[in-house]
Design a protein around this ligand. Structure first.
Ligand code: ZN
Length: 215
């Protein structure tokens, strides 16, 4: 697959999908978007929100980053892309739900446990960014013990990271306020790349349970 294939894909999209859904797409274009949820997912090419949820244009406001992390609220002159997306979704679009969707076999989480990268290929941004999952890594190692199977440690860290990112979301004053007012709800999801299944985090039982069982 290369850029030529992407160009052909766009021709096909215009000829088939756009034509078939022209009324809705033009209404969205003319009226503006009013998505119901902010979806915070991983940049991983296998975790494609509109495909795994069968949603369509206009349904989801999406931010994807390495590891589906949420940096804690911090006001300074840095360039905060994820915080900007959160702010826009909450304060401008007034979404009712925020979903943080982690996934199995996450490269970001795997990298947390990898030996230090070779000096000749320094990763300028990634190593600092991965600090956002350090707490999840420590919690997984404490709860499973260092002798646990590597796959168990990785899967547990992926899930604990979702919970710690939910904690980080709550450091945003506007989110905290809307949660208290019950005008906003936040959700932690875990997508299994092997089965397509999504589990959600139930804060009452501290368990991940199948999303399809959610009432
Ligand atoms: Zn990932």
């Amino acid at each position: 697959m290369n850029v030529k294939d992407f160009a052909q894909g766009n021709v096909l999209f215009k000829d088939v999908y756009f034509k078939k859904h022209e009324d809705e797409l033009l209404e969205l274009a003319n009226q503006g978007q009013a998505p119901k949820a902010l979806f915070i997912g991983c940049s991983d090419s296998r975790v494609v929100p509109d495909i795994i949820l069968q949603t369509k244009p206009g349904d989801l406001f999406v931010v994807r980053n390495v590891g589906n992390f949420v940096p804690p609220h911090k006001v300074d002159d840095g360039f905060h892309s994820t915080a900007s997306a959160i702010e826009y979704a909450v304060s401008v679009l007034n979404v009712n739900d925020i979903i943080i969707c982690g996934h199995s076999d996450c490269g970001a989480i795997k990298h947390l446990f990898a030996p230090k990268p070779p000096q000749e290929q320094p990763l300028t941004y990634i190593n600092n960014w991965l600090k956002l999952a350090q707490r999840a890594k420590s919690m997984a190692l404490v709860s499973l013990g260092k002798d646990a199977k590597e796959t168990d440690i990785l899967r547990t860290t992926e899930k604990l990271s979702i919970i710690t990112q939910l904690d980080n979301l709550m450091t945003y004053p506007e989110i905290k306020k809307r949660l208290d007012d019950e005008t906003l709800y936040i959700h932690g999801w875990y997508y299994d790349v092997l089965s397509g299944n999504i589990d959600y985090y139930d804060p009452e039982t501290f368990q991940f349970v199948p999303l399809e069982s959610k009432k």
